[in-house]
Every structure is written in structure tokens, then in C-alpha cells.
Design a protein around this ligand. Structure first.
Ligand code: PLP
Length: 389
């Protein structure tokens, strides 16, 4: 988990600045969009690369009642860092730390009979009922319990465990396949299936505290999917789930991460000079090259070789040739910024810099991957840590 560090005094090779005021404002915006539901801040994978503990703290300050992670280890780390309130995790494998999760008062997700057997056994040992949320596959075709006989068997077994006092069924939930494509026919089908699976479980006597299916795109565009709780990840970090839905500003969201690096070298080269491994860029004439000291080890996608945008001295430049492990080069077209000049890879965009979405387009991926993959070698520098309204 990334939890750095006093504000740096010396210039840094590279930094990912994390604006916690933007994150808190995004939480408030999302809560206003889903006024009837509680908000779960999804902080899995180190808060999509932004740093789980500082982001979770800021989200809770701004009114997130729940925190969500994929793995139990991520959830336990949040509790160990002192985060209060409800924490839920959903990605379990056999032999996982069920007892630790139960003792840390973490809600655990169960999609099948093996998991229910493990969690009830752990609850008996712990002597505390486990908080269990049953996950339905309403059509995603990934995790979750299939409707029909499988769901009937799981619900019945969970109710037996509840009756004997080993579990409390705290939630019924599911996940969308195509919520980022508003109008996709699978959305209505999944909602119908979800209501049927809820009705079945509630008809058998399940009394969940929360029913939930909405991720960021459904929170932004589909009020009928909000139920009791919305699980927002990417929108918290100020990034739109997909460019087709609009940009973050269209939803009142502000990007939280700014990735920048300190130019390591500027030099003159003649025309016809090959640049970086494989010589996939040849200088078209005499020019200047700038060395940007971040590479694919830092999460700069190698697929952005020849395409990734960078703001240097007020101008957009493009990655010249290949992104290497630790560095890449931009053609500065004769400009001579000093070594140490800031190169901004992406940020909110209001200083004219590219955004994570621009990098996603340049690398043929989604902005989720751009921010999440920023490596541990890049220090996270937190700004606006104090809540000021
Ligand atoms: C990652 C995740 C989310 C958050 O998705 P976003 O699109 O980032 O909002 C919600 N629910 C589950 C189960 C997830 O795995």
C-alpha cells in the first residue's frame, strides 16, 4: 500500500500528485447523484494507483459509508490503518483469511457453496457471526452465483447458517457487464434478473441491510440501479468510465492524479538521428530531444510508443520512438528547456496538459488501466490533505 511521505523538499525524478480535495469533492458529487443510496468508495488495487489509505480516509471524511476492495488482504490493511465503518471485499479463493476478516468486522462476499462452507467454519472458530453478502451473477458471466438452482441452494444454506448464528446475511448484490454503454440491452436484462433474485431471497426470509449493483457508470447514468448502495471506483478518481459517456467535467468530476517528471537531459541532434530502442523514430531534421525519466516500469505503457502525449514548456510533445523501462524521449523541435523542466504526462487538463484518457487513447486501453498501473517507484505526493469544507 502506498502511504507516503512528508512533502518532498528536493525535486523528484517523477511524482504522482494526488489531490485529496478533488477526491472529496468527487465523493460529494456522487452522493448528490445518488441521494437515496449510501456510497461505497472502491479503493481496490491501491485506490486505482492513488494510494488506498489516504484516499479511503478522504472518502470517509467526505461521506463514504462503505469502503470496497477486491481482496481480503486489501480490506484487512484498511482496517489495520484504522479506517472505520463498513468495509467489504469480494475476491476470495479457498483458504483465504476468513477468520481475520470476521474478527476485523469486514463484510465478505460469497458466490458459491465452497465459500459459504469456509466462512461458516471460520465464524464458528472466531465465535462471532460473519457478515456475508451473497453475490448474484445477473449476467456479467464472471463471479457470482448463477440464478435458478444454484441461487436457491446458496440462499437456503446461508439462511441455515444465519439460523444457527454463524452468519448474518448483510447484503445481496451483483455487478454490471455493460453499464458504460448506456442503452445496452444487457443492462435492463441484468436489472430484471437482479430484482428476481432479490425477490427470491427476500421471499425465503433474507433481510439484507444493503442491495447493490451500481458501479460508476450506473451511478452516473442509471438512477433505477442505485438501490441501497452505489459502488463507485473510477468516478471517485475523477475519470469518466468511458469517453463515449462524456468527460469528467460533464458529471462535475475532477481528475485526482497528476503524473509529472523532471526532464533529465536536453540536447541538440542532427537530422536523420535514430531515437530509442529499435530506432522507430528518426529525427526529420536538426532538432532538440528531451529525456523524460519514466518508463514502463513506472507504468508508462509501452503501447504508447510513438503516440503518448506530454506537456513540456506549454507545448504538447509526443513520445518519440519506444518507451523504455525507465525513460522515453520527446522531440522538442528545437526548443531548449532546461534540465529539470517539468514534463506533465497527464492531469486534470486545466493547465493544458493531457489527461489519463488521452493516454488511454494513445495506448489503446482504458483510463482505468493508465492510473492503476502507475508503479510503486513513483512517489505519491498528497496535496490538500486537510479537509477545508
Ligand atoms: C471495481 C469494481 C467496482 C467499481 O467499478 P468502477 O467502474 O470503477 O466504478 C464496483 N464493483 C465491483 C465488484 C468491482 O470489482
Amino acid at each position: 500500500m502506498t502511504e507516503t511521505a512528508p512533502a518532498p523538499t528536493a525535486p523528484l525524478r517523477a511524482r504522482a500528485e494526488i489531490d485529496l480535495a478533488a477526491l472529496r469533492a468527487n465523493v460529494r458529487t456522487l452522493r448528490a447523484l445518488a441521494p437515496g443510496a449510501a456510497l461505497m468508495a472502491v479503493v481496490k488495487s491501491d485506490a486505482y494507483g492513488h494510494g488506498a489509505v489516504p484516499c479511503a480516509r478522504a472518502a470517509v471524511e467526505a461521506g463514504a459509508a462503505w469502503l470496497g476492495t477486491a481482496t481480503p488482504e486489501e480490506a484487512l490493511a484498511l482496517r489495520a490503518a484504522g479506517l472505520p465503518g463498513r468495509i467489504m471485499c469480494w475476491l476470495w479463493t479457498p483458504g483465504g483469511p476468513w477468520r481475520e476478516a470476521i474478527e476485523a468486522d469486514i463484510d465478505v462476499s460469497v458466490s458459491g457453496m465452497w465459500a459459504l462452507a469456509e466462512v461458516t467454519a471460520a465464524a464458528r472458530v472466531a465465535g462471532i457471526p460473519a457478515r456475508v453478502q451473497l453475490k448474484a451473477d445477473t449476467g456479467l458471466g464472471r463471479g457470482g452465483c448463477q440464478p435458478g438452482e444454484d441461487w436457491a441452494e446458496l440462499v437456503a444454506a446461508a439462511l441455515r447458517a444465519e439460523a444457527e448464528g454463524t452468519v448474518r446475511i448483510t447484503g445481496l448484490w451483483s455487478h454490471f457487464a455493460c453499464a458504460d454503454e448506456p442503452g445496452h440491452p444487457s443492462i435492463a436484462l441484468q436489472l430484471t434478473r437482479f430484482r428476481e433474485m432479490l425477490a427470491y431471497a427476500e421471499g425465503r426470509g433474507v433481510r439484507p441491510e444493503v442491495r447493490h449493483i451500481a458501479n460508476s457508470p450506473a451511478t452516473l447514468t442509471l438512477p433505477e440501479a442505485h438501490f441501497d448502495l452505489v459502488r463507485t471506483g473510477i468516478a471517485l478518481y475523477g475519470i469518466s468510465p468511458s469517453p463515449e459517456m462524456g468527460g469528467p467535467a460533464d458529471f462535475g468530476l475532477r481528475p485526482v492524479m497528476t503524473l509529472s517528471a523532471s526532464i533529465a537531459l536536453v540536447k541538440h541532434v542532427p537530422g536523420g538521428h535514430g531515437v530509442s530502442y529499435g530506432h522507430h523514430y528518426i529525427t526529420p531534421g536538426a532538432t532538440t530531444l528531451g529525456l523524460v525519466p519514466v518508463g514502463y516500469a513506472d507504468g508508462v505503457p509501452r503501447h504508447a510508443s510513438g503516440t503518448g502525449p506530454v506537456l513540456v514548456g506549454g507545448k504538447w510533445r509526443t513520445v518519440a520512438g519506444r518507451v523504455a523501462m525507465d525513460q522515453f524521449v520527446v522531440d522538442l523541435g528545437g526548443d531548449e528547456p532546461e534540465a529539470g523542466t517539468e514534463a506533465v504526462l497527464f492531469g486534470p487538463g486545466d493547465r493544458g496538459e493531457p489527461t489519463a484518457e488521452d493516454w488511454a487513447q494513445a495506448a489503446g486501453t482504458i483510463a482505468y488501466e493508465i492510473v492503476t498501473r502507475i508503479g510503486t517507484r513513483v512517489p505519491r505526493v498528497y496535496v490538500n490533505e486537510q479537509q477545508s469544507g
